[in-house]
Design a protein around this ligand. Structure first.
Ligand code: ATP
Length: 263
């Protein structure tokens, strides 16, 4: 489960000065069950907007998103989200943080704690069940956020730069953990990142968005067998071509801004 169909998505925002920003245009994409897809592209190209619309947290002006055939009209149980800033409740310990979504679903205390403990174990934090977020490192907090998103067993997991704030070593470690979890708990993952290296390391496909309005510029299949070796020539070549594509788009946008006097 977790098939996503995005059809003719268009999203425009009105700025405070009354001007219009087209964030997404003509986005059409189908994502298969259990697929791992990353979204990359220049800053401001609409990656977060796209994820928020898929999550039902924002509404497109036109077009639609379906998850397993069901039209998304608001936040739903099929979708879990993990953001860059952990978004844990500081006044709750690890156990109650992870059990939170289950409580919202009316699941009794004994059952929700038992489910939460299973997911805390999955992310390797059993010894920290009673700890509060301030007592944990950034990587540990992010693991709690992932456990919390997984505990409600969503078919689809949306992750918006979840490892962006982590140091390089913790980030690499979390990437491997995420792939392990994805392998065990089979679900569809949509992952926004600024890192081409991360996108190539994790994904079945990488979707490159163009600068505003965000459109699908290119979809790249990554068929390198996992676990992926970052020193492998194919890996290096793919990472380089992705980087070049995004650099080229960023330079193009700067030239347009210069010409229009916005820079
Ligand atoms: N609520 C809003 N009101 C007005 N403009 C918005 C709003 N949300 C997003 N935008 C604009 O829409 C465009 C896309 O924003 P979005 O955050 O989706 O891009 P992004 O690709 O995720 O950016 P980044 O990589 O920098 O995080 C940007 O130009 C942004 O300024």
């Amino acid at each position: 489960m977790g098939r996503v169909e995005i059809t003719n998505l268009f999203r425009e925002f009105t700025r405070d000065d009354g001007g219009r920003v087209v964030a997404l245009s003509d986005v059409n994409l189908t994502i298969a069950d259990d697929e791992f897809v990353s979204f990359v592209g220049p800053s401001g190209c609409g990656k977060t907007t796209l994820l928020r619309i898929i999550a039902g947290l924002d509404t497109a002006n036109s077009g639609e998103v379906r998850v397993d055939g069901e039209l998304i009209t608001g936040p739903g149980q099929k979708v879990g989200m993990v953001f860059q800033e952990y978004s844990l409740f500081p006044w709750q310990n690890v156990l109650t943080n992870v059990a939170f979504g289950l409580r919202m679903r009316g699941i009794g205390k004994e059952e929700r704690y038992s489910i939460a403990k299973k997911f805390i174990a999955l992310v390797g934090l059993t010894q920290f069940e009673e700890s509060y977020p301030y007592e944990l490192s950034g990587g540990m907090r992010q693991r709690v956020a992932i456990a919390r998103a997984l505990a409600t067993d969503p078919d689809l997991l949306l992750m918006d730069e979840p490892f962006g704030a982590l140091d390089a070593q913790t980030r690499n470690h979390m990437q491997c953990e995420l792939l392990d979890i994805w392998g065990t708990k089979k679900k569809t993952i949509l992952f926004v990142t600024h890192s081409c290296d991360e996108a190539v390391f994790l994904s079945d496909r990488v979707v490159v968005l163009s600068p505003r309005p965000g459109r699908i510029r290119e979809i790249i299949n990554i068929s390198i067998p996992r676990p992926r070796d970052r020193t492998n020539k194919e890996f290096i070549d793919l990472r380089r071509s992705l980087l070049e594509m995004i650099d080229e788009d960023e330079r193009k946008e700067e030239r347009i801004k210069c010409k229009s006097g916005n820079l």
